[in-house]
Unconditional design. Structure first.
Length: 140
């Protein structure tokens, strides 16, 4: 149940045979994101559990989930871009149903990330799920 943007990434990955090319592609995705406003880089948006500095700023309008984010590490910024492709534009109720780990397995990213990066990715996914879950509960 991935978004069309994420499916585009999956298709692009199929054309890249070498992991180094895929790694560069993820970094390029991160470079294409607009920087997060400095005012949004606050303790409330900081994600704990990441080896690098990571901020996620979610928003929900008319039941549609979106988030912006930033990291001081290029590969993590790219992972944020991949997560944005996976989640942005989904109804908030759909966000909690996304099996992000399974979707990332389709990219083969899990086996090529360090333990610290995997923990950081898991922390970002958990934060997204918590925000979506709280929004569902509040509207309930």
């Amino acid at each position: 149940m991935a978004s069309p943007g994420f499916e585009d990434i999956v298709e692009d990955f199929e054309f890249l045979d070498e992991w180094e090319d895929r790694y560069r592609y993820v970094i390029d995705l991160g470079k294409q994101m607009a920087p997060l406003e400095a005012a949004l880089k606050v303790p409330a948006t900081k994600v704990d559990g990441c080896a690098s500095q990571v901020w996620l700023h979610p928003s929900i309008e008319d039941g549609v989930f979106r988030f912006d984010g930033e990291s001081d590490a290029m590969i993590v910024r790219g992972l944020i871009a991949v997560l944005r492709a996976l989640y942005n534009g989904l109804d908030v109720a759909q966000v909690v149903d996304v099996d992000a780990r399974a979707e990332f397995e389709r990219l083969g990213l899990n086996e090529h990330l360090s333990a610290q990066r995997s923990n950081g990715l898991r922390a970002m996914i958990e934060r997204i799920g918590l925000v979506a879950g709280a929004a569902i509960e509040a509207s309930g």
